[in-house]
Design a protein around this ligand. Structure first.
Ligand code: PBG
Length: 335
């Protein structure tokens, strides 16, 4: 076959493929990097001395008994992952209308926090502040009829944050989306002398269909009455996310988060361009499950899709990524 050679003078010497020609030249000009220290690994825990109960909607993830949670914390530390986030699967008889179990100093989360702090003190511990693991109706706050009460919920969340901090939590992560909770928690923490406890605010948390497998993991999904649209954000909005983050920073948040992750990279970028603060993103359960299930169905190469998705977060402007891929990605990066 004879090729016609076109006049390419209009390129003026510019050929972007030159830098892509070899592994060395691509590596030389790579704009972002990914390391195990970019990750926070969210783990699910259950009330058992040991054992692992697979979560079917999240292939590769399990609810961990106490001993296994400590074991995973050790592995995470050895892989260079700086922090874990703890999510409890609460027993049925400990759930109530007002989620009072959140205030129990011996609740599952507190016991796990103490056990890991004791055995693996080098790992940072993030604990979620919201009532959904403890309520019979699966909402993040207390209800009066159909309404989620804001200020009454904040009162309980403050108690929950103090309870977790006393048990050893390093980072309080309010995921409830009540107004004013960051300021109220900061004040209460400082009042008890916990001035060094960080707050990572779920600032732009959207009412999303990608949380399904998580709700399965903590057994709150089948209980949930209605949806969370009166407190979590409308996915059609972007300016509102900036207002949320601005308020959280004013109220004392150390890190602001965007959640879910991949469908909201535009919000991450806006945060990065607007605020001089560390930015987290949560690659949520549904995003994880879609990649895992897609790989099982032969649609994508699992490891390649995992890495591409994590790099996308860094490129968008993330400083830290909460991801269920943390352990596997860290292993791959270390290899
Ligand atoms: C609850 C909470 C949720 C997630 C983290 N904290 C679910 C929800 O708001 O219903 C979702 C995480 C995930 O899907 O991986 N406050």
């Amino acid at each position: 076959m004879a090729f016609v050679r076109h006049d390419m003078d209009f390129l003026g010497g510019r050929r972007l493929r030159r830098l892509r020609q070899a592994q060395w030249s691509r590596a030389m000009v790579r704009e972002t990097s990914l390391t195990p220290s970019d990750f926070i690994y969210p783990i699910f825990v259950m009330d058992a001395p040991e054992g692992r109960q697979p979560i079917h909607t999240m292939p590769g993830q399990s609810r961990l008994g106490l001993r296994d949670a400590v074991e995973v914390a050790r592995e995470a530390r050895d892989l260079g992952i700086p922090a874990l986030a703890i999510f409890p699967n609460t027993q049925d008889d400990r759930r109530s209308e007002d989620g009072g179990e959140a205030l129990n100093p011996d609740n599952l989360t507190c016991r796990v926090l103490r056990a890991i702090k004791d055995a693996v003190p080098e790992v940072g511990l993030v604990s979620d502040v919201a009532l959904d693991p403890y309520t019979t109706h699966g909402h993040d706050g207390v209800m009066a009829g159909e309404v989620i009460l804001n200020d009454e919920t904040v009162e309980i969340l403050v108690g929950q944050a103090l309870n977790q901090t006393r048990a050893g939590s390093d980072v309080i992560a309010p995921s409830d989306m009540m107004d004013g909770r960051v300021g109220a928690i900061r004040r209460a923490l400082d009042g008890e002398g916990h001035t060094d406890t960080l707050i990572m605010a779920y600032s732009a948390k959207y009412a999303s269909s990608f949380y399904g497998p998580f709700r399965d993991a903590i057994s709150s999904g089948n209980r949930l009455k209605g949806d969370k649209r009166t407190y979590q954000m409308d996915y059609a909005n972007s300016d509102e996310a900036l207002r949320e983050a601005e308020m959280d920073l004013d109220e004392g948040a150390d890190i602001i988060m965007v959640k879910p992750g991949m469908p909201y990279l535009d919000i991450i970028r806006r945060f990065k361009d607007t605020f001089n603060a560390p930015i987290a993103a949560y690659q949520v359960s549904g995003e994880y499950a879609m990649i895992e299930m897609g790989a099982k169905a032969g649609i994508v190469d699992r490891d390649a899709a995992m890495m591409e998705s994590l790099f996308a977060f860094k490129r968008a402007g993330c400083d830290t990524i909460l991801t269920y891929f943390a352990m596997d990605a860290a292993r791959k990066l270390g290899a």
